[in-house]
Design a protein around this ligand. Structure first.
Ligand SMILES: NC(=O)c1ccc[n+]([C@@H]2O[C@H](COP(=O)([O-])OP(=O)(O)OC[C@H]3O[C@@H](n4cnc5c(N)ncnc54)[C@H](O)[C@@H]3O)[C@@H](O)[C@H]2O)c1
Length: 341
């Protein structure tokens, strides 16, 4: 699918979980590039406002529903050319808080969905996985796609289970599966998440609060949501025979940071910010990641750096953009679920 003309002949791209933090950015990019887009989202965080403005676009359709429900997914997949699965209970804390719901949405749901689309005429299935799967590295070397996985949380274990299912069965699929292991995301979205490191640290310091940081020397890679969206579109547009059944880390070699390195970057803009460091936090993850494969094979290189996002967030706070945070906390992060959904 390379030209607008070709795209118009196909069915729609369905973005499951498209009203979330990454989805709200991805969907806008797809529409800008003349794709016809359907979003299926359960709106677990009262997050309709993230995509409400798109409803007047004739190329956009929204369906509210649960992708793990057989009837919902059957209807939603009608006239669909490719499937992008973003929907999940995202992050270690919320998955730990609701372990039964997490395994249903993050493991059983995706496997059921894949078994369902086996019988349809789907071109690509893009599965959003996470670099958290590398978990705790036992040495200092950056993990590549062939490195052993060492998931530390129920969230990452569920993601690894789906990856394993895809990789074990890929030769039987009549569609092209692709697995994208994304770095921790940052950047401003219509559905913000202040439970992620860059936005959480910047928020605390911009508001003048004392920031408490556990295990400041632990490493992790980061990637802007605009760049993650570009990587997804790259996977969508790359010929299937080139990427069928492949795994790609999504991010940049230059954006592996310790928590302390992130704090120091924020303090350049907020020099009087107060920070306290402590050892012995509950998150054991410590991993650096290599992004050489996606650069070499798909010519993908992120455009943004974390400084861009830090400056944007500080400006947003100065201008009162998130002054309703306490009133709409559920919208601004994956803190808790509205259980009766
Ligand atoms: N944000 C990150 O740092 C990050 C890093 C690596 C990978 N990822 C992956 O990217 C994807 C998107 O992450 P995000 O940060 O945008 O998360 P998010 O929580 O902001 O968005 C997830 C969306 O999925 C929806 N959803 C959840 N369960 C659903 C269900 N059963 N049916 C329909 N919709 C459902 C939610 O309502 C929400 O809108 C996830 O698969 C995540 O694992 C995210």
């Amino acid at each position: 699918m390379n030209t607008t003309e070709e795209r118009d002949k196909t069915g729609k791209i369905i973005v499951i979980g498209g009203a979330g933090y990454i989805g709200s950015v991805l969907v806008r990019k797809l529409l800008m590039q003349n794709y016809k887009v359907k979003v299926l989202d359960y709106l677990l965080y009262d997050n309709f406002s993230s995509i409400a403005a798109l409803s007047e676009n004739p190329d956009f359709t929204f369906i509210q529903g649960d992708f793990t429900d057989d009837g919902t997914i059957k209807t939603a997949l009608d006239n669909t050319s490719s499937v992008i699965l973003l929907a999940a209970l995202v992050g270690d804390p919320i998955s730990k808080k609701y372990p039964e719901i997490a395994v249903k949405i993050n493991e059983y749901g995706p496997i059921k969905l894949i078994n369902h689309i086996k019988n349809l005429k789907i071109d690509k299935f893009i599965f959003l996985s996470t670099c958290s799967n590398y978990g705790l590295r036992t040495d200092d070397t950056p993990a590549d796609e062939n490195s052993g996985l060492n998931p530390q949380s129920i969230y990452a274990k569920n993601k690894v289970a789906v990856e394993n299912f895809i990789l074990a069965n890929k030769d039987e699929f009549n569609f092209c599966p692709v697995i994208l292991r994304c770095a921790t995301a940052y950047g401003i979205s219509e559905r913000m998440r202040f439970d992620l490191t860059i936005s959480e640290f910047t928020r605390e310091l911009a508001l003048g609060n004392e920031l408490l940081v556990y295990d400041e020397n632990t490493w992790r890679p980061y990637c802007h949501i605009s760049d993650i969206s570009d990587a997804i579109i790259k996977a969508l547009e790359t010929p299937g025979d080139k990427i069928r059944g492949k795994v790609y880390n999504v991010g940049s070699n230059e954006e592996n940071y310790t928590k302390k390195m992130i704090v120091d970057k924020i303090l350049k803009f907020i020099p009087d910010g107060k920070v306290k460091y402590r050892e012995g936090g509950f998150d054991p993850r410590n991993y650096r990641v290599s992004f050489g494969k996606i650069l070499k094979e798909l010519d993908f290189k992120p455009k943004f750096r974390i400084e861009n996002s830090i400056v944007d967030l500080i400006t947003a706070f100065k201008n009162g953009r998130y002054r309703d945070f306490e009133m709409r906390k559920n919208f601004y992060g994956n803190y808790e679920l509205i259980i009766d959904k």
